[in-house]
Design a protein around this ligand. Sequence first.
Ligand SMILES: Nc1ncnc2c1ncn2[C@@H]1O[C@H](COP(=O)(O)OP(=O)(O)OP(=O)(O)O)[C@@H](O)[C@H]1O
Ligand SMILES: [Mg+2]
Length: 226
Amino acid sequence: MFIDIREITKTYQMGMVEVRALRGVNLQIEKGEYLAITGPSGSGKSTLMHIIGCLDTPSSGTYFFEEKEVQGLSEDRLAEIRNREIGFVFQTFNLLPRIKVYENVELPLLYAGKKTAEARVKSQEVLEKVGLKERINHRPTELSGGECQRVAIARALVTNPGVILADEPTGNLDTKTGSEIMMLFGNLHKEGRTLIVVTHDTEVSKYADRIVGIRDGVITNENAKF
Ligand SMILES: Nc1ncnc2c1ncn2[C@@H]1O[C@H](COP(=O)(O)OP(=O)(O)OP(=O)(O)O)[C@@H](O)[C@H]1O
Ligand SMILES: [Mg+2]
């Protein structure tokens, strides 16, 4: 199993109050699968995505990524997975506001040790793919929400990762741009990549092989296909 999540919990301690964001999640994802995750606000979707993306650790339970138990991996190996194997589109974009669009997109390549010239070519290619050719010299503060979202998608794609995790990737986009992004995701899926997409948009989840619902930190309708 490519991604194997067993009885994962995540509890945040807020002073005296415990927030149980995940309460025992079981989820298995095949390589090359296109999975949509849906659920109400606060149900634990982003928390789960952060754990899948090795950006956060669960409070209990086990997580196997490519047959390896993530809790047992070294920091270096985890950084490598985050850098090369997974592309993450955050719900909040996480773009650096002071540097230009193309520099934001180059960053993962520079972290991975690529030369500046190569990074520049790749970042321009991928920005073109998401329809932002005319905006590469802007800073994120000079872009619309939907444009920032597309920069975040370009940044996730630039390292050519096998797994793409996207948290509401079309949340701020108009219908036309949203469907362009979904077409792009559809192509990535056809190329054999694994896609995990959080969405409340039924148009988006239509493209997925499988839709998983989450409510109050537990999976409610695994294997639902419609
Ligand atoms: N860093 C944190 N510290 C404390 N509580 C948190 C933290 N992050 C999330 N939570 C809480 O955990 C629960 C799940 O949050 P999460 O962000 O996973 O929800 P979500 O399903 O992504 O919601 P949305 O659709 O609004 O993005 C929420 O009740 C939230 O308030
Ligand atoms: Mg969220």
